[in-house]
Ligand binder design. Structure first.
Ligand code: PMP
Length: 399
C-alpha cells in the first residue's frame, strides 16, 4: 500500500477558507470582515514608520547572521518583560520572570504548553467559551484534554462572570486556565478591573495554573491599561504563564515576533525553569529567528523610535474605536432599531456582532461582505470608504 494512500483531506481552516472565497469574489465592493489583521484606512496592512527606521538602521549595520541563544535576544526579552509587567516591577527586580523569545504568540503558547505537559502530564486545560479557535487545537496537540469555561453571555453581550467563577471554583488543583489578558478574541468582551482580582482569588483558592494570552496589548485602552490583568496577577504572588505577541501591535505578522514569560517564585527557580524550557525549544526549532525581535527590541529601547511606535499604535487603536462608533452611528442612521451600542464597549479588533449565521450568509451572497459564521467581525477591516456600504448592508439584512 502506498505510504499516503490512506491520508484523508483535513478540514479547511474556517477563517482561511473565508479569505479564499473572498479573494475569488469579483465584486469591486467586496469587504472581508473575517480577517484577524489590522488594516489602515486605505485597506492596507501598515508598515510602521518606527519599524521602517529600525529596519533601515539594522540593514545598514549589516550584522552577521549567527545563531541566537536558545532563549532569543536578551535585550528583546527584557523589553518584553518591561512592557508586560512594568519597567519598575518588583517581579523583574527580583529576577522572578523567565522570558523566551518565541515564534509569535502562537509559539509562546506552544512552548508553554509543551513545558506544562512535562510538568503536569495529567492536568486538563480550560479555555473560554468561545475562544481563539487555535487555543483548543494547540493544547490538544500538546497532549491535553481541553474543556471550556463559561465566558460570553449573548443576552447581555457581556461576560457570564458568575458562570465563569463557579466553573473555576469547581476545578481540580493544577488545572490550566487560559485567560485572554485583553481584547478577547473572538468576542471583544473583557473582564473588568474589579473582576480580575476575583479570578486571581479562584486561581489561588483552587491551586490552578493561569496561562494569560496577551496578543493585543495596546489595541484596547493603551499599553499600560491593557496590561492591567498581568499586573494584578503579577502582584498576587502566584506563579503563572504569559504568552505575548507583537504581530498586531507592531504590524509584524509574518516576522513571527512573540514571547513566553513564566513568573516563578524566585530567581533561583527561574533559572531552573529556564533550563527546562530551553530543552523544549531546542527540540522544537533550536533557536528563534533574529530580524523581527531585533527590530522590536531596537524600537522599544530607542527613545525616539519608542515614542514614534507609541504614537502609531495609538493611531491604530483610535482608528478601530472610530470604526466602532462609526458603525453604531451608521446602523442607527439607517433605521436599525436594535441597540448596537455594545460594539463601542467591546475592545480590540473584534466584535461578536450578534449577526446570525443566516445573516452572515446573506451579507456574503447579496453584498460580498464576508464575516465568520459566528458573527465575529473585524472592526479593523472597516475604513472611511467602506463603512457606509457595510453599515447599509447590515441595516438592510436586519430589516
Ligand atoms: N492568541 C490570540 C488570542 C490571538 O488572537 C492570536 C492571533 N490572532 C494569537 C494568540 C497568535 O498570535 P501570533 O500571530 O503572534 O502567533
Amino acid at each position: 500500500q502506498p505510504l499516503f494512500a490512506s491520508v484523508e483531506m483535513a478540514p479547511r481552516d474556517p477563517i482561511l477558507g473565508l479569505t479564499e472565497a473572498f479573494n475569488a469574489d469579483t465584486r469591486a465592493t467586496k469587504v472581508n470582515l473575517g480577517v484577524g489583521v489590522y488594516y489602515d484606512d486605505n485597506g492596507k496592512i501598515p508598515l510602521l514608520a518606527a519599524v521602517r527606521e529600525a529596519e533601515k538602521v539594522r540593514l545598514e549595520s549589516a550584522p552577521p547572521r549567527g545563531y541566537l541563544p536558545i532563549e532569543g535576544i536578551p535585550g528583546y526579552n527584557t523589553a518584553v518583560q518591561q512592557l508586560l509587567f512594568g519597567a519598575d516591577s518588583p517581579l523583574l527586580a527580583a529576577g522572578r520572570v523567565a522570558t523566551f523569545e518565541a515564534l509569535g504568540g502562537t509559539g509562546g503558547l506552544k512552548i508553554g504548553a509543551d513545558f506544562l505537559k512535562r510538568l503536569q502530564p495529567d492536568a486538563q486545560v480550560w479555555i473560554s467559551d468561545p475562544s481563539w479557535e487555535n487555543h483548543r487545537a494547540l493544547f490538544e496537540a500538546a497532549g491535553f484534554k481541553v474543556n471550556a469555561y463559561p465566558y460570553y453571555d449573548a443576552t447581555s453581550q457581556g461576560v457570564n462572570f458568575d458562570g465563569m467563577l463557579a466553573c473555576l471554583n469547581g476545578l481540580p488543583a493544577n488545572s490550566i486556565v487560559v485567560l485572554h489578558a485583553c481584547c478577547h478574541n473572538p468576542t471583544g468582551v473583557d473582564l473588568t478591573a474589579e473582576q480580575w482580582p476575583r479570578v486571581v482569588e479562584a486561581v489561588k483558592a483552587r491551586g490552578l495554573i493561569a496561562f494569560l494570552d496577551c496578543a493585543y496589548q495596546g489595541f484596547g485602552d493603551g499599553i499600560e491599561a491593557d496590561a492591567a490583568a498581568l499586573r494584578i496577577f503579577g502582584a498576587s504572588g502566584l506563579d503563572f504563564f504569559v504568552s505575548s505577541s507583537f504581530s498586531k501591535s507592531f504590524s509584524l505578522y509574518g516576522e513571527r515576533v512573540g514571547a513566553l514569560s513564566i513568573v516563578t517564585e524566585s530567581k533561583e527557580e527561574a533559572a531552573r525553569v529556564t533550563s527546562q524550557v530551553k530543552r523544549v525549544i531546542r527540540t522544537n526549532y533550536s533557536n528563534p529567528p533574529t530580524h523581527g525581535a531585533a527590530v522590536v527590541a531596537a524600537v522599544l529601547t530607542t527613545p525616539a523610535l519608542r515614542q514614534q511606535w507609541e504614537k502609531e499604535l495609538g493611531e491604530m487603536r483610535e482608528r478601530i474605536r472610530a470604526m466602532r462608533t462609526g458603525l453604531v452611528d451608521k446602523l442607527a442612521a439607517a433605521g436599525v432599531s436594535r441597540d448596537f451600542s455594545f460594539v463601542t464597549r467591546q475592545r480590540g479588533m473584534f466584535s461578536y456582532s450578534g449577526l446570525t449565521s443566516a445573516q452572515v450568509d446573506r451579507l456574503r451572497d447579496e453584498y460580498g461582505i464576508y464575516a465568520v459564521g459566528t458573527g465575529r467581525i473585524c472592526l479593523a477591516a472597516l475604513n472611511s470608504k467602506n463603512l457606509d456600504y457595510v453599515g447599509n448592508a447590515i441595516a438592510a439584512i436586519l430589516k
